[in-house]
Design a protein around this ligand. Structure first.
Ligand code: 2PG
Ligand code: MG
Length: 428
C-alpha cells in the first residue's frame, strides 16, 4: 500500500512543551499518526531533537523547523513508498538526513513520520499495532515510579527514579494492582510525615528528604504498609541517572553535600544493593564511565538488573561495545534516542541476542501516544517503564497494555520478574 502524504503539526507534551505530531496518509485514505516524546535527563549520544532556539518563540522550544522538514523534504521522500516496507522507509529517512545523529532534519521530525507510518501500516492491515510491529504475545513487567527526583523534580533529591516492580504477581493486571497499592500507600506514608508535596514530572511523589537513604526507608515502609514483603513480593528499582551527578570527574550527591570518586561511587551502588531490596539499577554510573560500569557489573551483575540508558542511548554501536566490555545486562529502549522504528527494533533484537534484557521506556516529557505499549508486547521485551501510576500520559500506556491483554485473551503470556532469568540474574 502506497503512502500518499506526510504532514505534521506542533502539539504539546506532558510538560507543556512543543513537540511534533506527524500524520501519514495512505492512498486508500487510511491514516496513522505519531507523537514524539522528549527527555530532560538526556544522554550525550542521543539523536538530535531539533528545536527552533528562538527565544521569542515558545522560549526557544518550538519545533516549526522540524515540522517544515516533515512537510517538505520528508513528505517528498516518502510519497509513493510502500508503507509495509518500514525498513526501507526508515533507511530512506536516514539517508535523506545524512548525519550520524539526525541533526539535519531532526530526530523528532524523522521519528514522528516513522511511527506514523507504522501505525498506518497496521491500520491498513486491520491489525493492532503490536501485531504490525512483530506480533509478540508477552506482556511486560511494569516498572512504576513511586518517588521522582533529579532533573524531573528540581533536584530535590539526587536520585531520579525510585520505582517498584511486583515480583510475584502472576499476571500483568495483578502486577498493576500491587503497584497501585504501593503507590497510594506511599502517599499515605508521606502525608503522615507531612512530606506530601505533589508529583514530579512522571507522576511520582516529589519528596523533601535530607538523605537519599531516607527515601529507601519511606519506600520500604510503603511496601510493608501495603501488605507486601520488600524484596520478595515487591522489589525496588532505581534510575540513578548518574550522568547528571557527574561533575569534573566526581559523582556529587547534592542532598548530602558529598562527592565521590568513580570507584567510591560504584562501591556505594554495590552497598545499596547489599542493604536494600533493590532488583534493578539504571545508569548507576555516568554515560561514558565504562570502567565504573564494569566494576558495578562485576560486583552485582549476577543478582541485580543493570540497565544502560544514557550509557547506550538505544544505539547499536554502543550496545555492542557494552556487550563486549561487559558493562551492563539490560538496555533501556527509547525510540527518540535513536530516531526511527527500525533502529529501535534492531536495538531490541541485538540486546536480546546478547542475552540481555531490553526495557522499553517512556520519556519524562510524554504524550498521549501509546506506541511504546505496543512496542513492548510486539518485541516481547518483557519490561516496560513509563514513570508513575498517575497522569494520563503515563496511564495511557498502562491502560493500553490492559487492552492488549484483553485482545490477546488466552494467547497473552506473562513472565513478570521471571524475565530476569533470561539474563542469568538471580534475585536474592
Ligand atoms: C530516564 C527518562 C525516563 P528522561 O532517564 O530514564 O525516566 O528520563 O526522559 O528525562 O531522559
Ligand atoms: Mg534513565
Amino acid at each position: 500500500m502506497k503512502i500518499k502524504s506526510a504532514s505534521a503539526l506542533q502539539v504539546f507534551d506532558s510538560r507543556g512543551n512543543p513537540t511534533v505530531e506527524a500524520v501519514v496518509e495512505l492512498e486508500n485514505g487510511v491514516r496513522g499518526s505519531g507523537l514524539v516524546p522528549s527527555g530532560a535527563s538526556t544522554g550525550r549520544h542521543e539523536a538530535l531533537e531539533l528545536r527552533d532556539g528562538d527565544p521569542e518563540k515558545f522560549r526557544g522550544k518550538s519545533v516549526f523547523r522540524a515540522i517544515s522538514h516533515v512537510e517538505g523534504e520528508i513528505a517528498r521522500a516518502v510519497a509513493g513508498r510502500d508503507v509495509f516496507d518500514q525498513e526501507g522507509l526508515d533507511q530512506a529517512l536516514i539517508d535523506l538526513d545524512g548525519t550520524p545523529n539526525k541533526s539535519r532534519l531532526g530526530a523528532n521530525a524523522i521519528l514522528a513520520v516513522s511511527m506514523a507510518a507504522a501505525q498506518a501500516a497496521a491500520a491498513a492491515r486491520g491489525q493492532p499495532l503490536f501485531e504490525g510491529l512483530g506480533g509478540g504475545t508477552l506482556l511486560p513487567l511494569p516498572e512504576i515510579q513511586i518517588f521522582g527526583g533529579g532533573r524531573h523534580a528540581d533536584c530535590r533529591i539526587d536520585i531520579q527514579d525510585f520505582m517498584v516492580m511486583a515480583l510475584r504477581a502472576p499476571s500483568y493486571a495483578q502486577a498493576l494492582e500491587v503497584t497501585f497499592n504501593v503507590y497510594h500507600t506511599a502517599a499515605d506514608v508521606m502525608r503522615k510525615r507531612g512530606l506530601l508535596a505533589g508529583v514530579a514530572d512522571e507522576g511520582g511523589y516529589w519528596p523533601v528528604f535530607d538523605r537519599n537513604e531516607a527515601v529507601f526507608e519511606a519506600l520500604i515502609e510503603a511496601i510493608e504498609k501495603a501488605g507486601y514483603a520488600p524484596g520478595r513480593d515487591v522489589g525496588i528499582s532505581l534510575d540513578i541517572a548518574a550522568t547528571d551527578l557527574f561533575r569534573e570527574g566526581r559523582y556529587v550527591l547534592g542532598l548530602e553535600a558529598r562527592s565521590f570518586t568513580p570507584a567510591e561511587f560504584s562501591s556505594l551502588m554495590v552497598s545499596w544493593v547489599e542493604t536494600y531490596p533493590i532488583v534493578s539499577i539504571e545508569d548507576p554510573m555516568a554515560e561514558d564511565d565504562w570502567e565504573g560500569w564494569r566494576a558495578v557489573r562485576s560486583a552485582i551483575g549476577g543478582r541485580c538488573q543493570l540497565v544502560g540508558d544514557d550509557h547506550f542511548t538505544t544505539n547499536l554501536a554502543r550496545i555492542d561495545r557494552g556487550v563486549i566490555a561487559g558493562t551492563a545486562n539490560a538496555v533501556l529502549i527509547k525510540l527518540n534516542q535513536v530516531g526511527t522504528v527500525t533502529e529501535t527494533l534492531r536495538a531490541i533484537r541485538r540486546t536480546q541476542k546478547a542475552g540481555w534484557l531490553p526495557v522499553v521506556s517512556a520519556r519524562s516529557g510524554e504524550t498521549e501516544d501509546a506506541f511504546i505499549a505496543h512496542l513492548a508486547v510486539a518485541t516481547e521485551a518483557g519490561q516496560l517503564k513509563v514513570g508513575s501510576f498517575s497522569r494520563s500520559e503515563r496511564m495511557a500506556k498502562w491502560n493500553e497494555i490492559l487492552r492488549i491483554e484483553r485482545t490477546l485473551g488466552g494467547r497473552a503470556r506473562y513472565l513478570g520478574a521471571g524475565i530476569f532469568e533470561r539474563a542469568g540474574i538471580r534475585l536474592r
